[in-house]
Ligand binder design. Structure first.
Ligand SMILES: *Cc1c(COP(=O)(O)O)cnc(C)c1O
Length: 383
C-alpha cells in the first residue's frame, strides 16, 4: 500500500469490498455494541466509543495519505486538538503560532489556561522563534501552515529540528493544504491534525477531525483519552468522509487551478489593495511554499480598497460565493474574518496580526473559473 500513489490510496486503502457480502462499498456499522462469544472474547470491537469498523477504515485510509503509522478520527477538529492538550502533563508549556484558527485560539486562551501555559508567537520568523524556543522550552509547538486567514507559512522542517533539540513535540494543523499538498510528518513533525470538516471531506456535510502520527507511545495516550473523554466520530459521519476522501486528489487539483486564476484576476483588479496567495510570486514566502508544499491550495485572502462599508457591499452582492464560515467544500465560500470566523479574537489582537476590516477570505470551490470571476466582477462593480 505504501508504494501506491495518492490518487490510488484514497480510493483503495480501507476500501476493500465487504468480506461477508462482497458489497463494493463498505457498510456503515451503525452499532453501539458488539456481541461477545464468552466474557471478554470478541473480534476486536466491544463498544463504538472505543472502536467502530467504519471508523477503522477511514483511519487506515487517512494514515496512508499522511504516510503515518496511526490515525484517530474524532467528532470535530477541535476535539482532536483537545485530545492533544489532555495528552500533555498538567502545566505543560505550549508555544503556539499567533495567527491560528480562531477556535484553536479560543480553546487555548479560554479553556486550557488553567491547565497549561501558552505563549503565542510569530512562527514564520525563524530567528526570533529559535530564541523563544530556547527561552520558553516548550513541551509542544503548535503550528498552522499556511495560517488562517493570512496564509503565512512556517518552515516545518526547520522548526521541528529546533523543537527536537529542546525535547519538544511539533504539531502541524494541516487543514488548509490537506494531505494532498503537504505532509508534515515527512518533514519532521510529530503529529498532524486535520479538521476533516474542510478539504478532506470536501462536501460541507460533516464535522470531523483527525490526528496522524508515527509514535506508538502517542497512540497509546491518544487512545486512552479518546476512549476516556469520548469525542469519537459517528459511523455515519466516518462513512461520509470515506466517500468524500476518494475524490480528494481531483478536488484539490481543481481547487488549485481555480485559485491560481482567481488570485491573478484579483491581483490585477483596481479595487483590490493586496492579494495573499502562496502561489503568487508576490507572496513573501513563495519560495518556502514551493519547497514545503506540493501545491498552493484553494484559499485566497485579499484586501479590498476601503473599509467595513465597502466590504459589506461587496459581500452582499456575491451570488456564487456563499457568505459562510468554513472552507474546503466543492462550492465557493467567502468569509469576512473580522466579523465572522475571527470575531472571538479581540480587535486589537486582530489588527496587530493584520486582520483588518477590509480583509476578505475566499475558499475557492471547483465550479467553472470564468463563472466565479464573473461573480466577483459583478460584486466589485457594486462597490
Ligand atoms: C475548522 C478548522 C479547525 C477546527 O475544526 P472543526 O472541525 O471546526 O472543529 C481547526 N483548524 C483549522 C485550520 C480549521 O480551519
Amino acid at each position: 500500500m505504501k508504494e501506491m500513489k495518492f490518487e490510488t490510496k484514497v480510493i483503495h486503502v480501507g476500501g476493500e469490498p465487504d468480506p461477508t457480502t462482497g458489497a463494493i462499498m463498505p457498510p456503515i456499522f451503525q452499532t453501539s455494541t458488539y456481541v461477545q462469544s464468552s466474557p471478554g472474547e470478541h473480534k476486536g470491537y466491544e463498544y463504538s466509543r472505543s472502536h467502530n469498523p467504519t471508523r477503522t477504515r477511514l483511519q487506515e485510509c487517512l494514515a496512508s495519505t499522511e504516510n503515518a503509522k496511526h490515525c484517530f478520527v474524532t467528532a470535530s477538529g477541535l476535539s482532536a486538538s483537545t485530545l492533544i492538550m489532555h495528552m500533555l502533563p498538567k502545566g505543560s508549556k505550549i508555544l503556539c503560532g499567533d495567527d491560528v484558527y480562531g477556535g484553536t485560539y479560543r480553546l487555548f486562551s479560554k479553556v486550557f489556561p488553567e491547565i497549561h501555559h501558552y505563549k503565542f508567537v510569530d512562527t514564520t520568523n525563524l530567528k526570533n522563534l529559535e530564541k523563544e524556543i530556547n527561552e520558553f522550552k516548550p513541551a509542544l509547538i503548535w503550528l498552522e501552515t499556511p495560517t488562517n486567514p493570512l496564509l503565512k507559512i512556517s518552515d516545518v522542517r526547520a522548526i521541528s529540528d529546533l523543537a527536537k533539540k529542546v525535547g519538544s513535540l511539533t504539531v502541524v494543523d494541516n487543514t488548509f493544504m490537506s494531505p494532498f499538498f503537504q505532509n508534515p510528518l515527512d518533514q519532521g513533525a510529530d503529529i498532524v491534525l486535520h479538521s476533516m470538516t474542510k478539504f478532506i471531506n470536501g462536501h460541507s456535510d460533516v464535522v470531523g477531525g483527525a490526528l496522524m502520527f508515527n509514535s506508538d507511545e502517542i497512540r497509546d495516550k491518544i487512545f486512552f483519552y479518546q476512549n476516556a473523554i469520548g469525542p469519537s466520530q459517528s459511523p455515519f459521519d466516518s462513512w461520509l468522509v470515506l466517500r468524500g476522501l476518494k475524490t480528494l486528489a481531483v478536488r484539490m487539483k481543481a481547487h488549485e487551478q481555480n485559485a491560481i486564476k482567481i488570485s491573478t484576476f484579483l491581483e490585477n483588479h483596481p479595487k483590490v489593495e493586496r492579494v495573499v496567495y502562496p502561489g503568487l510570486k508576490s507572496h513573501p514566502q513563495h519560495d518556502l511554499a514551493k519547497k514545503q508544499m506540493k501545491g498552493f491550495g484553494g484559499m485566497i485572502t485579499f484586501f479590498l480598497k476601503g473599509g467595513i462599508a465597502e466590504s459589506r457591499r461587496f459581500l452582499e452582492n456575491l451570488k456564487l460565493f456563499a457568505l459562510a464560515e468554513s472552507l474546503g467544500g466543492v462550492e465557493s465560500l467567502v468569509d469576512h474574518p473580522a466579523i465572522m470566523t475571527h470575531a472571538s479574537i479581540p480587535k486589537e489582537v486582530r489588527e496587530q496580526l493584520g486582520i483588518y476590516d477590509n480583509l476578505i477570505r475566499l475558499s475557492v470551490g471547483i465550479e467553472d473559473s470564468d463563472d466565479l470571476i464573473k461573480d466577483l466582477e459583478i460584486a466589485f462593480s457594486k462597490v
